[in-house]
Design a protein around this ligand. Sequence first.
Ligand code: NAI
Ligand SMILES: O=C(O)C1=N[C@H](C(=O)O)C[C@H](O)C1
Length: 252
Amino acid sequence: MSKKLPVAVLGATGRMGSEAVKAVEAAPDLELVAALGRTGSLQTLVSAGAQYVVDLTVPDSTEANVRFAVEHGMHAVVGTTGWDAGRLQRLEELLAEHPETGVLIAPNFALGSVLASAFAAKAAPYFESVEIVELHHPDKVDAPSGTAARTAELIAAARSDAGTGPSPDATTTELPGARGADVSGVRVHSVRLRGLVAHQEVLLGGPGEQLTIRHDSYDRASFMPGVLLGLREVAAHPGLTVGLDGYLNLNA
Ligand SMILES: NC(=O)C1=CN([C@@H]2O[C@H](COP(=O)(O)OP(=O)(O)OC[C@H]3O[C@@H](n4cnc5c(N)ncnc54)[C@H](O)[C@@H]3O)[C@@H](O)[C@H]2O)C=CC1
Ligand SMILES: O=C(O)C1=N[C@H](C(=O)O)C[C@H](O)C1
């Protein structure tokens, strides 16, 4: 059997990180060499011989974590949110100095979610109106979700390419926030509710009809096949990949 891939998990005591630790430990081709919580030193990654890093931490720390990994020649699979255009630009510049290193920024590791976002982008040019409702557990620190932001961007790009106009909206009087956040021209509404894990609906409306594309993660186990796929693929994709769809052949 070929050598196991040496993997470190950052955010290892968190909701996602603890699942990822179990998934890596259970994978026959991966070896967990480090599992760091908030207080662990990143130097541990070097001394442990990690060549692959999974980042499941917080928006405030993810950029520094990934920068450390890339500067030390480690591939990174990143599920943490907060990767805005400025951060992605800085990461691309860093990766240009490390052309053999791969980084996957995956707003959502669940295969069903990746497919739902792709289906929504495919459908979006055919409908007058489109809005997104994302629903999550109330311990989530960011809104809107990274998945919703990414879905909105894919939808906006598809509508722009097709020459579709903006969604109609006659609102002139609004309590701030009532119409949600504007992400690239797409309205995104965030619900935080005890009992939920991670859910999203894309609502597409045309004269006399509605198409709803909904995805539900009921358990964080739903994200683990994507984390493992990311680890197995990231070295074969040097540079920056945004979205697990970059490793899937969705147009076949
Ligand atoms: N891409 C995907 O499929 C998914 C992404 N997420 C994202 O992953 C991130 C983590 O989510 P949860 O696990 O629910 O949050 P969480 O709050 O349960 O876990 C975050 C963990 O990171 C730790 N931490 C904070 N700073 C750190 C640092 N500098 N180094 C190492 N660890 C540090 C915290 O102590 C905490 O244990 C969020 O941004 C969330 O949106 C969550 C679920 C799925
Ligand atoms: O915080 C979460 O839980 C999740 N975060 C990611 C996001 O913001 O899209 C992925 C998933 O929705 C769960």
